[in-house]
Ligand binder design. Structure first.
Ligand code: UD2
Ligand code: MN
Length: 581
């Protein structure tokens, strides 16, 4: 194996030869120029273990950082520099087809080089950090299910390209039982050219991304595991800032900033401009949210580009000590396919003594899909799988008072039997993990600023005509669109006909709120104050107290706010609970 036993110096001097060797026979792939001319400046180890928030890497303004890429050449060609790709009218049909198949425009992706250059989205400061020389090695784990070819392969290329070779122990690809032809023999052949540096494993059945990631960690032999989605592009010196945090403290889960790659034109652009600091939080239905970093956290840091604490993260891209991952029991194996695993791991880490940090100098692009192209295999569940996952996390990691907030937000799943969580509860006990209250008060305190505890539900379910068969329906509209709600025949399945009226008068649908707008009702973003103007009277009138009007169904299927008339049948409503299990 040409990789093993070679020193860094050898690699540097043989860099071009190495790259050509790796890609021979694949003329469609441009030979890779590794940007990381890792010519290391000898440094004394700058890790200070004495206090958690002391300097652990040193910024030397004016002197380029020791791992900073020295020869990042900007190529010319489609998509270079992160520029968008134009799809012609003739290509539109095929592009739309690929959109349905993969969740993004593969016609555009296929035009872009595997090693395209992308803009440096980091803060300027990042170029001057000096990191410890002694760093753990990384196994980069990419799990995938029926992913497109060029996006998957570009991910592998960018990892190889943008990581210092001596720190990239291996790339571990795990195929979660894909059925696409291009992920079979063609992928086996593709992987061979890396002489063992890229390993490919395949599941014999569909396990979902969560279990597949744990398997990937199991196959890995590096010190640190780094998870990436199968449609990413790593930016300049993305890896070292993550490894440096874990070298400093092995109980840190280190998260790169995720830049956006457009699902249609593959434009690479930062979600957050250099210097903007955000962190991961959640609302009480456990939809993932990001929030500007609170001053209290900012005050702990001298430099804007320093890593900082975050309650949670989006889930896809992060690095952690491999052994620590397994000491924590890996991901809860009871979590199915997709969703909630980011909360499970974050809560577990915070409550049991570790920490989650976002690292501004590490940037990785991710293609946010237009829509999810795959189903959840043949997993049977009477409630949506993501909700079943959230329930497990809630039942294990939240205290009773906080569980209540979740069930207020998702009342239809209250009482649904969760699968066995004995092991998880035992772990929490034997590891003396702290309470959720501790977590909320000390770490995730901004959750409450953005999403105060929801008042109890006064009623929830479908809003049905008392003497009719029509129900309020959002028709899947989103907040801010301004479109009116209608009444449609009640289908008793919840979904767009599921509402919650709380004791403070707020009417909600999912994470959003219902407000009067003109003479109709529309979906709005909820104000931080969880109260509102709605009142369901005993006689069935649904009052909007601020305007003194009442909700009325018209014969044409419209829902209008009209002067209240207690004798009108069309103004009488009842709210009926809906359960699918
Ligand atoms: C986000 C995360 C994703 C994961 C998910 C919640 C980011 C950028 N992405 O959704 O990593 O945390 O939330 O669980 O933070 N896959 C499988 N088997 C499956 C389904 C998916 O291997 O059954 C692969 C898939 O090919 C991809 C990865 O898992 O490489 C994540 O899936 P996704 O990209 O569809 O998820 P995403 O980005 O919408
Ligand atoms: Mn993804």
């Amino acid at each position: 194996d040409g990789q093993i036993g070679r020193t860094e110096k050898d690699f540097l001097s043989n860099q071009d030869k190495q790259n050509i060797h790796m890609y021979k026979g694949h003329s469609s792939l441009r030979p890779i120029k590794a940007p990381n001319g890792v010519d290391i400046v000898q440094e004394e180890d700058t890790i200070h273990k004495d206090h958690h928030y002391g300097p652990r890497q040193v910024m030397k303004p004016g002197e380029l950082g020791n791992f900073e890429p020295r020869d990042y050449k900007i190529h010319t060609g489609p998509g270079e520099g992160g520029q968008p790709i134009y799809t012609s009218m003739e290509e539109k049909m095929a592009a739309d087809r690929s959109l349905r198949e993969f969740g993004f425009n593969m016609i555009a992706s296929d035009k872009i080089a595997m090693d395209r250059t992308i803009p440096d989205t980091r803060m300027d400061e990042c170029k001057y950090w000096h990191y410890p020389e002694k760093l753990p090695t990384a196994s980069v784990i990419i799990v995938f299910h029926n992913e497109g070819w060029s996006t998957l392969v570009r991910t592998v290329h960018s990892v190889i390209n943008m990581s210092p070779p001596h720190l990239l122990h291996e790339v571990v690809m795990v195929d979660d039982f894909s059925s696409k032809v291009h992920l079979k023999q063609k992928l086996d052949d593709y992987v061979k050219q890396f002489d063992g540096k890229v390993k490919l494993y395949r599941n014999k059945e569909r396990l979902g991304l969560i279990r597949t990631r744990t398997l990937g960690a199991d196959y890995s032999t590096g010190d640190v595991i780094v998870f990436l989605d199968a449609h990413c592009e790593c930016n300049r010196n993305w890896l070292v800032p993550l490894l440096a945090r874990i070298a400093y403290d092995r109980t840190i889960l280190a998260v790169p900033f995720i830049d956006g790659i457009d699902w249609d034109n593959f434009r690479y652009s930062p979600v957050y401009q250099p210097g903007q600091l955000f962190r991961g939080i959640f609302e009480w239905g456990f939809l993932y949210k990001e929030n500007s970093v609170p001053q209290k956290e900012r005050n702990k840091h001298q430099y804007t580009s320093e890593p900082y604490w975050s309650p949670t993260h989006a889930g896809g891209l992060f690095a952690m000590d491999r052994k620590y991952f397994f000491e924590l029991g890996a991901y809860d194996p009871g979590l199915l396919i997709w969703g909630g695993e980011n909360f499970e791991l974050s809560f577990k880490i915070w409550q049991c003594g570790g920490s989650v940090e976002w690292v501004p100098c590490s940037r990785v692009g991710h293609v946010y899909r237009n829509s999810m192209p795959y189903g959840f295999g043949n997993v049977q569940s009477k409630i949506p799988i993501t909700l079943a996952n959230y329930m497990r996390v809630v039942e294990v990691w939240l205290d009773d008072e906080y569980k209540e907030y979740f069930y207020t937000r998702e009342p239809a799943v209250r009482g649904f039997p969760v699968s066995n969580i004995t092991k998880q509860l035992e772990f929490k006990k034997t590891h003396n993990c702290k309470s959720f209250k501790w977590f909320i008060e000390n770490i995730a305190y901004d959750v409450l600023e953005k999403f105060p505890y929801p008042p109890r539900n006064r009623a929830w379910g479908e809003i049905k005509q008392k003497h009719g068969t029509m129900c309020w329906d959002t028709k899947g509209q989103r907040a801010g669109g301004g479109g009116y709600l209608d009444v449609t025949p009640c289908h008793h399945l919840g979904g767009n006909q599921m509402f919650r009226l709380n004791v403070a008068g707020q009417m909600a649908v999912g994470e959003r709120c219902i407000e009067k707008s003109g003479e109709g009702v529309t979906i709005v973003f909820c104000p931080v104050d969880p109260s509102g103007p709605w009142e369901l009277a005993d006689n069935g009138l649904l009052h909007h107290t601020k305007s003194g009007t009442c909700a009325e169904a018209t014969g044409q299927g419209k829902l209008l706010m009209r002067p209240c008339v207690a004798s009108k049948e069309s103004q009488k409503w009842e709210i009926n609970e809906i359960r699918t299990w």
